[in-house]
Design a protein around this ligand. Structure first.
Ligand code: NAD
Ligand code: TYD
Length: 358
């Protein structure tokens, strides 16, 4: 087990769902004493409001925002040099499967070329240093689709089936190639579906929550029996923190919630939580559930075996699904303005005012 000293940490995609939760986790729940530099080009999914609390407390002392594209070599090099980066935690990506089906090109550019670009910068600037680390955040979707039995382990062969998962698989291979070919110190994590505050309301859980609040139909793809393993985003953040501190260089760790739900059961559960919070009749809310045409190439089941990170690094999940889902539904109810902003693109104006003029 390694024990790294992390000082100047570059987080790519820090204004998105998991990246922002990770940055908050580091500042609020760990003893990390270094600097965090958030490199994000603020696509539709990036929202600087996600980190307004962090910016207020730590802006220009320990937290720095750099609006830049990971595909831009010069920008990445400048940021690595300016902040003397020793650790990169790479979240930035196009992340939604449905969007990848209808417009795969951005996924190829950002997820593959963007990752390649960062690896090039890291290996050229870090040369033979071994006090550095490139951590790549990936998904269990690279392993393909499971039947009723079995789990994805770190040894499961890759079998991506959507443009999103194919692009993530490609980026994983490039990260491992940089380790084997150039000796770049890397770690990698493949994680199951995350849920929690700050998730863009295009993904299943926040979409359903928002549609319930707005009395809109709840679109369930196909027969609703597809299965996902849901992980609370703060538990994902703690897994990454554990890996970058103690993970074996060159290793991959699977991270999962050990919490499988069929989509239809999950949607029913969200209806139940929302009914309790809104003091409404559960049956009325459930009437909004509508089966719709299936997603093309819809993977049937994802399930993660995360025994390696538990045994080797002592990580564990701390949030029960009951707790996590209630907290998530409540968070959206308490933050309707956030949803309005992210949907209308007002965050772009906010960013122009608050970041670029400083
Ligand atoms: P997200 O879509 O919420 O956020 C992505 C962030 O990356 C946004 O802030 C966006 O502005 C930024 N970004 C996109 N393209 C960029 C570019 N070219 N240059 C700089 N920044 C760019 O995504 P998320 O759900 O937070 O996922 C983060 C990472 O975790 C991704 O790599 C994703 O593949 C992986 N992952 C996500 C899940 C999940 O359930 N959401 C599960 C497993 C793995
Ligand atoms: P999603 O949140 O898009 O994550 P992923 O595709 O990466 O697993 O979808 C989770 C599951 O929910 C997936 O099986 C597709 C399904 N789904 C619906 O049934 N309806 C929806 O409106 C969405 C967005 C997803």
């Amino acid at each position: 087990m390694t024990n790294r000293k992390l000082k100047n940490l570059l987080v790519t995609g820090g204004s998105g769902f998991i990246g922002a939760n990770f940055i908050k986790y580091l500042f609020n729940k760990t003893d990390f004493a270094g600097k965090i530099i958030n490199m994000d080009n603020l696509t539709y999914a990036g929202n600087p409001e996600n980190l307004i609390d962090i910016d207020t407390h730590y802006g220009k002392s320990r937290y720095f925002f750099e609006k830049a594209d990971i595909c831009d070599y010069d920008a990445a090099k400048r940021i690595f040099e300016k902040y003397d980066i020793d650790t990169c935690v790479h979240f930035a990506a196009e992340s939604h499967v449905d969007r990848s089906i209808y417009g795969p090109k951005d996924f190829i550019e950002t997820n593959i070329m963007g990752t390649f670009n960062l690896l090039e910068v890291a290996r050229k600037l870090w040369k033979d240093r071994n006090d550095v680390l490139f951590h790549h955040v990936s998904t269990d979707e690279v392993f393909g689709s499971l039947g009723d039995e079995g789990y994805f382990t770190e040894e499961t062969p890759y079998d991506p089936r959507s443009p999103y998962s194919a692009s993530k698989a490609s980026s994983d291979h490039l990260v491992r190639a940089a380790f084997h070919t150039y000796g770049l110190p890397i770690t990698l994590s493949n994680c199951s579906n995350n849920y929690g505050p700050l998730q863009f309301p295009e993904k299943l859980i926040p979409l359903m929550i928002m549609n319930i609040f707005e009395g809109k139909s709840l679109p369930v793809y196909g027969d609703g029996k597809n299965i996902r393993d849901w992980l609370y985003v703060e538990d994902h953040a703690s897994a990454i923190w554990t890996i970058i501190n103690k993970g074996q260089t060159g290793s991959t760790y699977n991270v999962g919630g050990e919490n499988e739900w069929t989509n239809i059961d999950l949607v029913n559960k969200i209806c139940q939580c929302a009914a309790e919070l809104l003091s409404k009749d559960q049956g009325e809310i459930k009437k909004l559930i509508t089966y719709v045409k299936d997603r093309p190439g819809h993977d049937r089941r994802y399930a993660i075996d995360c025994s390696k990170i538990k045994k080797e690094l002592g990580w564990k999940n701390l949030t029960s699904f009951e707790e996590g889902i209630k907290a998530t539904v409540k968070w959206y109810l308490d933050n309707l303005e956030w949803v309005e902003h992210i949907r209308k693109g007002e965050y772009q104006e906010w960013m122009n005012k608050n970041y670029e003029q400083r």
